[in-house]
Design a protein around this ligand. Sequence first.
Ligand code: SF4
Length: 154
Amino acid sequence: MNFHDYYPVDVVNGPGTRCTLFVSGCEHQCRGCYNQSTWQLASGRPFTQVMEERIIADLQDTRIPRQGLSLSGGDPLHPQNLAAINRLLERIAQECVGKDIWLWTGYRMSELSADQRKTIARINVLIDGKFVKEQHDPALIWRGSSNQIIWHLR
Ligand code: SF4
């Protein structure tokens, strides 16, 4: 997996103070996408072991307590990102107990594959669906267009 950006302290992408990872790779090609540079899987930088360790350390940091991790992109549920995302989520569950995971995807909940469903079984909140320009509403919180649904899974 590659990634484009990482915010170790973020108060915009989800509730509270969080870490946010923007991964590479998205096949949805939404018209009006604000993040087109992330579409190619090979764009950005490799998500290395060092990056994984950094996220774990940031989530464990008691000087700036983080509520959890936000996963955005690109699309964290792109089939080729699932292995790396699963590995990261597994570590967070074991080493960062109590942190919540929010994940933004362009797939709709109803069209997720069995593998994608296994991944979202490990997260707390899913924001699903493509960005639809005609349904864009700047007043919406944590989603760009009104077709997208915030699923509070657990
Ligand atoms: S799902 Fe997100 S990143 Fe992918 S094309 Fe749509 S708006 Fe852009």
